[in-house]
Design a binder for this molecule. Sequence first.
Ligand code: SF4
Ligand code: SF4
Length: 80
Amino acid sequence: MKSGEIKVEDTEANRQICMKYCGSCPTYKHNSLGKSEPGALFCARGKSCAPSVKEVNCYCPACEIFDKNNLAIGRFCDRD
Ligand code: SF4
Ligand code: SF4
């Protein structure tokens, strides 16, 4: 997250919300992002350690954490 942006809390509750969206996202499945750290909650934990992430689609804009924190763009698994 860049400075000045609202920081999403890295909590188990937020991880569970994230998995409703990232967990069913085509990008997540295509790249097996659950197998690389941080595995979820990329908007709080940073992008995936997977060697390369092919972006297929992003479900972040539907996520309540995205909405509540006024996040923009999404695709946090592949972006700093
Ligand atoms: S905005 Fe995206 S990365 Fe963040 S919790 Fe929601 S689905 Fe996960
Ligand atoms: S951050 Fe967006 S593109 Fe990446 S896995 Fe989550 S929903 Fe999909």
